[in-house]
Design a protein around this ligand. Structure first.
Ligand SMILES: Cc1cc2nc3c(=O)[nH]c(=O)nc-3n(C[C@H](O)[C@H](O)[C@H](O)COP(=O)(O)OP(=O)(O)OC[C@H]3O[C@@H](n4cnc5c(N)ncnc54)[C@H](O)[C@@H]3O)c2cc1C
Length: 280
């Protein structure tokens, strides 16, 4: 007989997950569509653990609990403008029902190449916090995502939080997503850009593109080429060849690889321009 557990404390959850294989459940919006007819096995539901469902900010940085839902992120007030991209992504994930159930941690642990949460966090230098009965560790999000649908979670571990260092919460960010329609659609390409402006010129740029490689990528060459630009120069500075060199899109039912590259370049230009305007 399968067991369903919904503990209120992290310690109880870690004790349960240490006992052996269990299906870790948050919003269930990836698990259940993917499970098909196979819903067997024990389930550990994380959503009653208060510390996993909160957003907090102190001098060290911002902490987003792994079971924080998209709707919470979308509706949160008082977050730094550097989080605008994450909040815009939250409003574009699925539709209202998905945003009310789906969590940030579930999006990251599912590790889809099209996960809308990843680019906005990569431009914030995000780390993930992983806990088990053995202790707690943290690692860069880019290291946690080891490939399409692959993450660096070890046996008995759950993700407890996403950590955003204070030093990266500077400037303003923007998110651009292209799909066949605006909502309830998997991204053909999506881009997050975080820009800092000083004396009218771009002083720092962080750009990440998703759905155009196995794991979303930062565009280091494009970022460097933007330093010192004014907003009217952004389109010229974002060169299609530099965007393409960092990505490896596939052809699939949603788009060809060449269309994805063309779209990604345009989305980068739009996201950078919008973030720079907000940061000015
Ligand atoms: C109709 C529909 C539309 C969608 N649209 C989008 C979209 O536009 N953009 C997008 O990015 N995604 C979309 N999704 C996918 C999904 O909604 C998101 O990825 C969501 O954030 C998943 O979160 P969840 O809490 O539901 O994860 P769950 O389904 O509960 O879990 C997903 C995976 O992560 C694991 N997991 C969850 N939490 C933890 C944790 N804390 N520690 C360890 N492992 C954990 C689970 O074991 C499972 O393997 C859509 C899904 C549907 C059904």
């Amino acid at each position: 007989m399968s067991v369903y557990a919904c503990p209120a404390s992290l310690a109880d959850a870690l004790a349960l997950v240490a006992q052996g294989p269990v299906r870790v459940l948050a919003g269930g919006t990836d698990i259940y569509p993917g499970a098909g007819a196979d819903l067997s096995g024990d389930v550990l539901d994380l959503t009653a653990i208060a510390e996993l469902t909160q957003i907090s900010h102190n001098a060290v940085g911002l902490r987003i609990g792994a079971a924080v839902r998209w709707a919470q992120i979308a509706q949160a007030t008082g977050l730094p403008p550097a989080l605008c991209a994450l909040q815009e992504a939250a409003r574009k994930v699925g539709g209202r029902q998905i945003q009310n159930a789906g969590t940030l941690g579930g999006n990251l642990c599912n590790a889809s190449p099209a996960a809308d949460g990843v680019p906005p966090l990569l431009v914030l230098g995000a780390e993930v916090e992983l806990a088990s009965a053995r202790g707690t560790r943290r690692m860069a999000l880019g290291d946690f995502l080891t490939g399409p649908r692959r993450v660096a979670l070890e046996g008995g571990e759950i993700m407890t939080a996403v950590l955003l260092p204070e030093a990266e919460l500077q400037g303003a960010s923007a998110f651009e997503k292209l799909g066949a329609r605006t909502h309830l659609v998997i991204s053909i390409a999506m881009v997050a850009a975080r820009i800092e402006v000083a004396q009218g010129k771009i002083a720092q740029a962080a750009i990440a593109v998703g759905s155009c490689s196995g794991v979303a990528q930062r565009l280091a060459v494009v970022e460097a080429s933007l330093i010192g630009a004014v907003i009217s120069e952004v389109n010229d500075r974002v060169r299609a060849a530099d965007v393409a060199a960092a990505l490896s899109p596939i052809d699939d039912v949603r788009a060809t690889s060449s269309y994805r590259l063309e779209a990604a370049t345009e989305l980068v230009r739009r996201a950078v321009s919008r973030a720079a305007e907000s940061a000015t």
